[in-house]
Design a protein around this ligand. Structure first.
Ligand code: B1M
Length: 211
């Protein structure tokens, strides 16, 4: 079987050891990290998402697949990072309050670091004030917010409100992303930008800070 398909299927089975083994094999064979990520790991996770939505599988199965996803991502992470790149700017990153999904947010962080950005990763379930307080304290010019749940998207609105209430709109720009987010939604809530995937988030943030 094709190696990428094997990675995808092992992830769907939640077999983290096998995903690690196959991801390493793909790396050793010289496959592009982005191809392994997109066509192996993310492809497998997309199938899990559809099967979960259709009630064919349940939460414990999704958790196992998430663990398997991390087994692969941990091996790919160093390949996306570059050493001693001068800082392109500082980005505060987090998943919004009430949302515990962090795989996509972590991918955005890995790729931004690889592009030379300093990342202040607040993790998941981050309160709106914490995003803005941290950006002010750290002197970050970008706040990146991720959400995977439609119910938690309003947390993004509150962050933008706080930025405006404190008159920080010129200093701190926002970018939003995650499965339920779209350009339309970003425009509606007044976010400065939308990233449809991790690579696009990096390109967009580079444009925002002018590097
Ligand atoms: Co849950 N989950 N989950 N889940 N989960 C979804 C999101 C869901 C769509 C599944 C479904 O029904 N089909 C659904 C949400 C429905 C909705 O709101 N419309 C859902 C649900 C309902 C839930 C629970 C409520 C289930 C329950 O408890 N009954 C619960 C919520 C818990 C909570 O957050 N409070 C829950 C829990 C979980 C797990 C903990 C088991 C696990 C998360 C583990 C973890 O993250 N550590 C999990 C998972 C794994 C998923 C699915 C299957 C996969 C998500 C994922 O990691 N995808 C997901 C189904 C799906 O999305 N199709 C689902 C891979 C990842 C690389 O993609 O995160 O989309 P993604 O990131 C992408 C882009 O979106 C973008 O870049 C990435 C690609 O490069 N991106 C950004 C992301 N953030 C960005 C930020 C940016 C720019 C781009 O700028 C800052």
């Amino acid at each position: 079987m094709d190696l990428l398909k094997e990675i995808s299927e092992s992830l769907q089975k939640g077999d983290d050891a096998k995903v690690g083994e196959l991801t390493q094999k793909a790396i050793d064979e010289g496959m592009e990290p982005k191809v392994i990520l997109d066509d192996g790991l993310i492809a497998g996770m997309n199938v899990i998402g559809k099967r979960f939505r259709d009630h064919e599988i349940f939460l414990p199965h999704v958790l196992l697949s998430a663990r398997a996803m991390y087994a692969g991502m941990d091996l790919l992470r160093p390949l996306f990072l570059r050493d001693e790149v001068p800082s392109a700017g500082k980005v505060v990153l987090g998943t919004v309050q009430g949302d515990l999904h962090d795989i996509g947010k972590n991918l955005v962080g890995i790729m931004l670091k690889g592009a030379g950005f300093e990342i202040v990763d607040l993790g998941k379930d981050v309160a709106p004030e914490v995003f803005v307080d941290t950006a002010e304290k750290e002197g970050a010019s970008i706040i990146g917010m991720s959400t995977l749940l439609t119910t938690t998207a309003p947390g993004m609105v509150r962050v933008i409100e706080i930025i405006n209430e404190r008159g920080l709109g010129d200093k701190i720009k926002t970018i939003v992303g995650g499965a339920p987010v779209s350009q339309d939604m970003a425009d509606t809530i007044g976010a400065d930008a939308y990233g449809y995937d991790a690579a696009n988030a990096v390109e967009t943030i580079k444009e925002m800070v002018g590097v």
